[in-house]
Ligand binder design. Structure first.
Ligand SMILES: [Zn+2]
Ligand SMILES: [Zn+2]
Length: 300
């Protein structure tokens, strides 16, 4: 497949591939993701989600940073299955599936970090239009120390002052990522809290939480970016969605563009979270009002 050049951001495009009247879950990992090599194939995902009548979006991990930096040994995951050499095969596999299934979109979960930004933009210049959407994630504050891995954050959580400064740095990166206007969806916007429960956070962090998330939500709105309601928090100490469910009705009232993503890596965890996917789809049902904001004539 020949990559097309220089299409950077077309906010409305995600809607074009959604199955009308079906619930959606736009964050699914197949066995192409490096952390899920023994996971389900796209075909298995499609059979299952068809039974639930849930339109799914695939967001396998794509790392551009990995190939230009030499990670320290502890971060070495071997050569990644999905990389610049295999991505065309990847696209072809999903192209073939389109003849059998229509209830899916093809996205990609791209890790953002400012130090590898040029490499990411170069990749997106070439591949943005090959995907239905691109999801951006901050997984690392310091490269090769993923904050989604417990041993990297656990020591910092013990010290709430240190943790607070990590949180501040994290949200700064999230804001930078949204401001770039290169991503259609911002994944798990507060995943930094994965390994804590809200009630154990210091009063200061608890009080700031709402402000952090509202700032993110308003920035998403301003930049025509979807904020993801990510359900992976239910699998960890957080025991809530990212962002917390208690904020969602407020975001909805402000017409913040939101989509739902379960971040499922296994069929069984998807099945068990289906009631939550339904409930949140229901919450968003009348939220699509915000699409007027995506009117191409209003987008600069
Ligand atoms: Zn992620
Ligand atoms: Zn993910």
């Amino acid at each position: 497949m020949t990559p097309t050049n220089k299409i950077s951001h077309r906010p409305f495009r995600l809607f074009e591939s959604l199955t009308p009247q079906w619930d959606h879950d736009l964050h699914i990992h197949t066995n192409w993701s490096q952390d899920n090599l023994n996971g389900p194939t796209a075909h298995e995902w499609l059979n299952l989600s068809e039974r639930y009548k849930i339109h799914i979006g695939f967001t396998d991990h794509f790392e551009t940073g990995y190939y230009i930096h030499h990670p320290p040994k502890y971060a070495d995951l071997g050569s990644w299955k999905l990389n610049l050499n295999t991505i065309d095969n990847y696209l072809e596999e999903f192209d073939d599936l389109k003849s059998e299934f229509q209830h899916f979109s093809l996205g990609l979960e791209v890790s953002y970090h400012p130090s590898i930004q040029d490499r990411i933009w170069e990749f997106l210049d070439d591949y943005y239009s090959q995907f239905d959407y691109i999801t951006g994630s901050v997984h690392e504050i310091d490269l090769f120390r993923a904050i989604t891995v417990k041993k990297n954050v656990q020591p910092l959580i013990q010290n709430q002052v240190q943790f607070k400064s990590l949180i501040d740095r994290y949200f700064k990166l999230i804001q930078e990522m949204i401001d770039s206007k290169r991503f259609d969806i911002i994944a798990h916007p507060d995943v930094i809290f994965r390994f804590v429960s809200f009630s154990t956070l210091s009063k200061e962090i608890q009080n700031n939480y709402r402000r952090y998330l509202f700032d993110i939500a308003w920035l998403c709105d301003k930049t025509k970016t979807f904020m993801e309601i990510n359900l992976s928090g239910y699998r960890y100490q957080w025991q809530d969605s990212f962002p917390k469910e208690s904020l969602l009705a407020h975001f909805r009232m402000e017409d913040i563009p939101m989509v739902i993503g379960s971040d499922s890596h296994e069929l069984s965890s998807f099945s068990s979270i289906v009631p939550k996917i339904r409930k949140l789809n229901n919450l968003l049902k009348n939220n699509w009002k915000f699409v007027y904001k995506f009117d191409p004539s209003r987008i600069k």
